[in-house]
Design a protein around this ligand. Structure first.
Ligand code: ATP
Length: 516
């Protein structure tokens, strides 16, 4: 199965099992907006809890807030979003399709890299065991020529975007002879900036004074509240403020399912530090955030750091944590050293002092900030991509069966325990309900009595339920039940009174948090 097929299956599976639905589906959907279904919302809540507790419980000096989505419009002037939060876009005059100019160039670069990979594969076949790949890449004239093209175009793109030279961006598209994938022509408009913020009107008078924005990031709600929190919480530097909430961006190229949405959720933490100490804290948070990811057990090799070639207007260092999605390594989280850019510009525009008094240094200053910013929806997609597994199972009678199982870390699984009476009579449902009532305060349980036990197991494999118990006639006599483990499919007969203890360690958020 190719990665593309895998991704398609994952999207279909998400819908079929109540994880993600297209928004307003009965009206043919709203592009790049999604709803979470009955299982999706549980998984999302668990990821949210994992992040929130890792931040605000495990770090004594981090507290949370929940600021409003609407903020004073000046916030977005000070933050630079009104002036600079934009993507360079270009339209094809024939197809009328709009593209991100930088993405068109990146795709061209990707194609050139594929050409190199193809040359390497061909040569590997030709030379067999004696093939020296590193040497081939260093010396083959066709590879060298393509690599040089890639390097030149990459450099030109970084420089032109850095200098905001949109004419040069267009020239690159022309020089590379990039054609519109829809019309096939190279009939392009100029490259223009397109602001990603959604605006709306507040109040009843529709003049420009009432324009407000849907926040494109949650961070600004933290900045404008930093002194409120510092003073009322008597926080001492270094300290952090965490927030989880919706953000909105009018993405031009919205695709790849919940990877890039127009309405999404961010989990952000701003860590306030002494000026000059920010790069040390930056390293600290890079490592710490990577540990949060690897504790999920998706394989350390599936993560990597990626350093930003072009820094955002506010940053003096920036790294992404990338995960290997079915469509390649892509950003899940950004770690940015934002200097005092935000606080200093809010101080300037509002005219309100945003300084911190450092009693050890006996000095007032505007703190520097290190930010960790992760997308909840992207993390959700990461968990699903890592968890989705198709397995072939050989039965005792030699028959081969297939199952789809979501190997979601138990602490994040939407349902922790499936509770099944073997048959829907003889008092078994009552016994099953009794067991469920006893456990439902501790874990999210689901009662199911329809279909064969085998089918019920499959349904729960498909949504990642780590444990299922079956209650049979013997249960009525000696209070024992069969517990079945999702990953190994092993079944064991245990006393029902031990279920809590057996599951507790494996499904609890506590053990996941301890393993970071
Ligand atoms: P990208 O380069 O993918 O557009 P970004 O660098 O603009 O992302 P940030 O502004 O650093 O992203 O936002 C922090 C995090 O928020 C990202 O790492 C990502 O997980 C999430 N995020 C950003 N934009 C979106 C989106 N449109 N849909 C879903 N998640 C998003």
């Amino acid at each position: 199965m190719t990665q593309e097929e895998l991704f398609k299956k994952l999207i279909a599976h998400s819908k079929e099992y109540g994880f993600v639905f297209q928004s307003s589906e009965i009206y043919d959907g709203l592009s790049a907006v999604y709803d979470y279904g009955q299982n999706g919302v549980e998984l999302k809540n668990n990821i949210r809890q994992y992040w929130w507790e890792a931040m605000t419980r495990l770090n004594e000096n981090i507290v949370g807030i929940d600021s409003a989505i609407f903020m004073h419009p000046k916030v977005w002037t000070a933050s630079g979003h009104v002036g600079a939060f934009s993507d360079p876009l270009i339209d094809n005059k024939d197809s009328k399709k709009r593209y991100r100019a930088d993405v068109l160039i990146e795709e061209w670069i990707e194609k050139q890299s594929e050409k190199i990979s193809k040359e390497v594969t061909k040569a590997k076949k030709r030379f067999g065991d004696s093939f020296d790949e590193a040497m081939f890449i260093k010396t083959n004239p066709r590879v060298l020529e393509t690599q040089e093209k890639i390097d030149t175009v990459s450099n030109r793109m970084a420089t032109s975007l850095g200098e905001d030279d949109l004419a040069e961006v267009k020239k690159i598209i022309e020089d590379c002879e990039i054609a519109c994938p829809v019309s096939g022509t190279r009939n392009w408009t100029e490259v223009r900036h397109f602001n990603l913020m959604f605006d709306t009107k507040m109040g009843s008078v529709s003049d420009d004074a009432n324009v407000i924005y849907l926040r494109p990031e949650t961070a600004q709600g933290i900045f404008v509240n930093y002194l409120n929190v510092q003073k009322t919480g008597r926080m001492k530097l270094p300290f952090g403020i965490a927030q989880i909430g919706k953000a909105f961006r009018n993405e031009i190229v919205a695709r790849q399912f919940v990877f890039r949405m127009r309405e999404f959720e961010q989990m952000e933490m701003q860590f306030f530090v002494r000026p000059g100490e920010e790069l040390e804290w930056f390293e600290f948070w890079k490592e710490k955030r990577m540990r949060w990811h690897t504790a999920l057990g998706f394989g350390d090799d599936n993560y990597r750091f990626h350093e930003h070639a072009k820094l955002a207007h506010y940053a003096n260092a920036a790294f992404d944590i990338e995960y290997k999605f079915p469509f390649g390594f892509k950003e899940v989280e950004g770690i940015h050293s934002r200097t005092d850019f935000d606080l200093a510009s809010h101080q300037k525009l509002s005219g309100k002092k945003l300084q911190y008094f450092d009693s050890e240094l006996n000095k007032n200053y505007v703190p520097y900030v290190v930010e960790t910013s992760i997308g909840l929806d992207r993390t959700f997609l990461m968990v699903l991509s890592a968890a989705y597994t198709e397995e072939k199972i050989t039965r005792d009678n030699g028959k081969v069966d297939e199952r789809v199982v979501l190997r979601i870390p138990p602490a994040l699984a939407p349902i922790k325990l499936g509770v099944f009476p073997l048959v829907n009579k003889d008092g078994l449902p009552d016994k099953a309900r009794q067991i469920m009532d006893d456990l439902k305060v501790d874990f999210k349980c689901q009662y199911e009595e329809k279909d064969s036990i085998g089918k019920r197991y499959r349904r729960h494999d498909a949504i990642g339920t780590p444990f299922c118990v079956t209650i049979d006639h013997q249960s009525l006599e000696d209070n024992t039940v069969t517990i079945r483990h999702r990953d190994t499919m092993e079944q064991e007969r245990v006393d029902a009174s031990r279920l809590r203890e057996i599951m507790e360690e494996k499904v609890s958020m506590k053990s996941l948090l301890r393993s970071i």
